[in-house]
Design a protein around this ligand. Structure first.
Ligand SMILES: CC(C)(COP(=O)(O)OP(=O)(O)OC[C@H]1O[C@@H](n2cnc3c(N)ncnc32)[C@H](O)[C@@H]1OP(=O)(O)O)[C@@H](O)C(=O)NCCC(=O)NCCS
Length: 202
C-alpha cells in the first residue's frame, strides 16, 4: 500500500446518525467511526467490495481484483481522492471513496463516488455517515461535479444518493453485462459549486 498522501488521517469523527440528538439508547446499534482509510484497512475493504462483486451487479467487475490492482489504484488516486472507512467496534464495516470520472483533462474537476457496506451492517446508516464525511472532503479538494453510476435495481444506493443531494439524470440502458444478462445503470449527479465557479489554474 502507498503511504497516505491524502493529507494524513483526518480527525476521526463519530458520525451523526439520522435523528441523533436524543439521549443515547443503551440498546441502540453502535455509532460508526468515520475516518481515512489506512494501509492496513485494505484487506477488510477488499473483502467488502469483493462480496458485492461476487454476489451483486452493483460493481461491474466480473471477479475480484488482485491485491496488486488495488494497491496500484490507491497509489494513483489517493493523492487527490478521499477514501473513507466506517469502523464499528474496531472493525471496518464500510467504505466510501471517489475516483477520477474519466482520464481526459477537462474532467479534472469531476469525480465518481461509490460506497460499499458489509452485508451484516447494511441499513444502519453507515453509508449515510460515510457520504456525510466524503462530500465535504470532495468539495474541499476542489471538485466541481460528482457522478455515481448505480446498476439497477438498487433502492438503498439510489436513496443514499438522493439524500445527499444527487439528481437522477437518467438511465443508461443495458450498459453492462454480468451474470449472463444485461444491466441498466442509473446516472446520478451532484454539483458541489455554482456554475460560475472557476477552479484555480494548474
Ligand atoms: C448501497 C449501500 C452502500 C447502502 O449502505 P447502507 O449503510 O446500508 O445505507 P444506509 O443505512 O446509510 O441507508 C441509505 C438509504 O438506503 C435506505 N435503505 C437501506 N437499506 C435499504 C433496503 N434494504 N431497502 C430499501 N432502502 C434501504 C435507507 O433507508 C436510506 O435511505 P433514506 O436516507 O431515504 O432513509 C449498501 O446497501 C451496499 O453496500 N450495497 C452493496 C453495494 C452497493 O450497491 N454499492 C453502491 C454502488 S453505487
Amino acid at each position: 500500500m502507498p503511504a497516505d498522501v491524502n493529507g494524513g488521517p483526518g480527525e476521526p469523527t463519530p458520525s451523526a446518525r439520522p435523528g441523533s440528538g436524543a439521549a443515547p439508547d443503551p440498546g441502540a446499534a453502535p455509532t460508526p467511526l468515520v475516518r481515512d482509510l489506512r494501509d492496513d484497512d485494505l484487506d477488510a475493504v477488499r473483502a467488502i467490495v469483493d462480496h458485492a462483486i461476487v454476489h451483486t451487479n452493483a460493481n461491474f467487475c466480473l471477479a475480484p481484483e488482485p491485491r496488486a490492482a488495488w494497491v496500484a489504484r490507491l497509489a494513483a488516486v489517493r493523492p487527490r481522492h478521499p477514501w473513507l472507512v466506517a469502523e464499528l467496534e474496531g472493525a471496518v464495516a464500510g467504505v466510501a471513496y471517489s475516483v477520477p470520472y474519466r482520464p481526459r483533462a477537462a474532467y479534472a474537476h469531476t469525480a465518481e463516488v461509490a460506497a460499499y457496506v458489509h452485508p451484516d451492517h447494511r441499513g444502519r446508516g453507515l453509508a449515510t455517515a460515510l457520504y456525510a464525511a466524503l462530500l465535504p472532503r470532495l468539495e474541499a479538494a476542489g471538485f466541481h461535479t460528482l457522478f455515481a453510476g448505480i446498476a439497477l435495481p438498487n433502492e438503498p444506493s439510489e436513496r443514499l444518493h438522493a439524500r445527499h443531494g444527487f439528481e437522477r439524470l437518467g438511465v443508461l440502458r443495458e450498459a453492462g453485462r454480468k451474470f449472463d444478462r444485461w444491466h441498466d445503470v442509473a446516472l446520478w449527479q451532484r454539483r458541489l459549486r455554482d456554475s460560475d465557479h472557476r477552479p484555480p489554474e494548474g
